[in-house]
Design a protein around this ligand. Structure first.
Ligand code: GLY
Length: 574
């Protein structure tokens, strides 16, 4: 959305004065654990589990299922994501539950007359990859869970069956969907339309009966009912009846994977994050490495000099992303080289401190403009009283995914196939990328920008963060990580701080509406940068932990319904 705003609008926004964000979610601290997420009832579901003696992974599973009810634009059963877990002894692991291309998928399935037909990946039955969320949450629970699975799913069952109260923002976004893209699909209108017709209003209670039935089956029977039982039947029947590709075989064969995290070092902090098929972890560590030789702190966080260096780091890392990154089960990704200090030294050395590099010149071997990605997805952070930390980002891709609710099962399917490169070998300046690493192949996972991160120092967790926002995710996370590690900010200030995004191509930086001044913009332009000022970027629900083990949450104020939740009955705000 940010990038779609016209230059004229961007220019007008420049006259808007810098204003403080509304004061909501002042620092909330606890020694008994926290959940920070984008929808208050779902955060409370997670801390309800902490209060019952569950650990951070239990709470994360409960939060994820609850978000599938209360945050339908991105919380999901029909999508996929990444979970990063760090235990108090410093061990860390990740769970990759990214969707996969159906076995019937082909490299050119979104081409019509040689051109990409974007309507096919935006919405409808051809858009979804094979969902991974239920398998992924079950795998994480199997590995780390303390409380019984059923107990973790039941809060979501209750929210769906008994209903929950719509916020102003959710009522508006449902109305918009129902009169727009979602309105095309009768099962979606049946699930999310207001009974008796009319528009939803803030304060209305929404009941999601079929979603409740599906969740109850998952609670009672475990993940196999989704992948091999009656829910799989419903998904496959619906696809077959409507020109979709997902079959029972796809679902039965889907597996989530435990993968070793990738690690970097930045100014004495350990950066622990997600390996491919996330592009985010590699790009984040690469950017931090590129920036390490520069003293950003003395230049000031929001000065043109400091922003120029950050933009140049982004430009270089996103070019490597386009060149090399894809599903490691299908293509060789040179991770160790990309995150090495040596590679970063070469890239840092290529930065002119006074002048913008030309992106097309820099990447002329593969000249292209990267495709625009929708900016829906959701991130939550969890810590328990023993210090186990979870950083989880999961998604339906676009808001409400494919907008298709599975008939008889009540949940939305993703439109994640759009994250693949869709026109093999064709790279151009109109927004298409055709490099090999991320082409569609049956059973392959599409490249993601989701970047769950845990930062540690001297053996203890310092920061848990992540964000939605398509390709902007990686730069949002960079901003929060730099805020804490380079600029010495507390988590509240690091999350509130202005953000910006450059993704190599299009060769333009977008700075948050309230994030700069006319003087800085003019200086950046004088260096040769194309600058847009528009919108907001990300929803980085984050946690910081102090030396005494006290965790402080910061729900991102850019999103209206988020919360830092503490376990009821256990804690005081201390
Ligand atoms: N759907 C956003 C991402 O995976 O990057």
């Amino acid at each position: 959305m940010i990038r779609r705003m016209t230059a004229l609008v961007a220019l007008l926004l420049l006259v808007v004065p810098i204003s403080a964000a509304p004061l909501r979610d002042e620092a909330v601290s606890s020694r008994d654990g926290l959940v920070v997420c984008t929808s208050a009832p779902a955060c409370d579901a997670g801390t309800g589990i902490l209060a019952r003696g569950g650990n951070a992974v239990d709470a994360a599973v409960a939060t994820a299922f609850a978000l599938a009810v209360t945050h339908p634009s991105a919380g999901n059963l029909g999508g996929g994501g990444f979970m990063l877990v760090r235990t108090p002894n410093g061990d860390a692991t990740t769970f990759d539950y990214r969707e996969k291309a159906p076995l019937k998928a082909t490299r050119t399935m979104y081409l019509r007359d040689g051109q990409i037909d974007i309507s096919l990946t935006n919405a409808g039955y051809l858009a979804p990859g094979v969902p991974g969320t239920v398998r992924g949450l079950a795998l994480a629970h199997k590995r780390f869970g303390k409380l019984p699975w059923k107990e973790l799913v039941m809060p979501a069952v209750q929210l769906a069956e008994e209903g929950f109260v719509l916020s102003d923002a959710l009522s508006k976004s449902l109305n918009k969907q129902l009169s727009g893209a979602m309105g095309r699909f009768p099962t979606s209108v049946e699930a999310y339309g207001k009974p008796g017709g009319g528009r939803w209003a803030s304060g209305d209670r929404i009941v999601l009966k079929e979603l409740g039935k599906t969740l109850r089956a998952i609670a009672t029977n475990g993940p196999d009912v989704f992948y091999k039982g009656w829910i799989a039947d419903r998904i496959a029947e619906d696809a077959a009846a409507n020109g979709g590709l997902i079959t029972k075989d796809d679902l039965a064969k889907y597996e989530a994977k435990e993968r070793t995290p990738i690690r970097g070092q930045f100014r004495g902090f350990d950066i622990i994050t997600m390996p491919p098929p996330s592009s985010g972890g590699v790009a984040l560590i690469e950017m931090l490495n590129i920036l390490e030789p520069f003293d950003l702190k003395s230049k000031g966080r929001n000065t043109a000099e400091s922003m120029h260096l950050q933009i140049e780091a982004m430009r270089r890392a996103y070019l490597d992303r386009a060149r090399f990154l894809g599903d490691p089960d299908f293509v060789h990704v040179p991770i160790a080289d990309l995150i090495s200090k040596e590679h970063a030294r070469t890239l840092s050395g290529s930065i002119d401190p006074l002048k913008a590099t030309n992106s097309v010149e820099l990447g002329k071997d593969i000249v292209t403009v990267t495709a625009q990605e929708p900016d829906e997805t959701t991130h939550f952070s969890v810590i328990d009283r023993n210090g186990t930390a979870v950083s989880n980002t999961y998604t339906l891709e676009g808001g409400f995914g494919s907008r298709v609710v599975v008939k008889g099962a009540g949940f939305l399917l993703n439109n994640e196939m759009g994250d693949f490169n869709k026109n093999p070998g064709v790279t151009d300046l109109t927004g298409n990328i055709g490099t090999p690493a991320n082409l569609i192949d049956p059973g392959k996972r599409m490249l993601s920008s989701m970047t769950p991160v845990i930062v540690a120092k001297n053996g203890r967790v310092v920061l848990i963060t992540g964000s939605p926002g398509g390709r902007t995710i990686i730069n949002t996370v960079l901003s929060v990580v730099l805020g804490v590690t380079e600029f010495g900010l507390g988590v509240r200030d690091a999350v509130d701080a202005p953000r910006m995004h450059h993704q190599w191509l299009p060769d333009a930086v977008t700075i948050e509406r309230d994030g700069t001044t006319e003087e800085v913009v003019q200086k950046l332009r004088a260096m040769g940068h194309t600058v847009n000022v528009a919108g907001t970027q990300g929803d980085a629900n984050s946690i910081e932990v102090d030396e005494g083990g006290r965790a402080t949450g910061a729900a991102d104020r850019r999103s209206p319904d988020g919360k830092t939740s503490i376990p009821r009955g256990l804690t005081s705000r201390r």
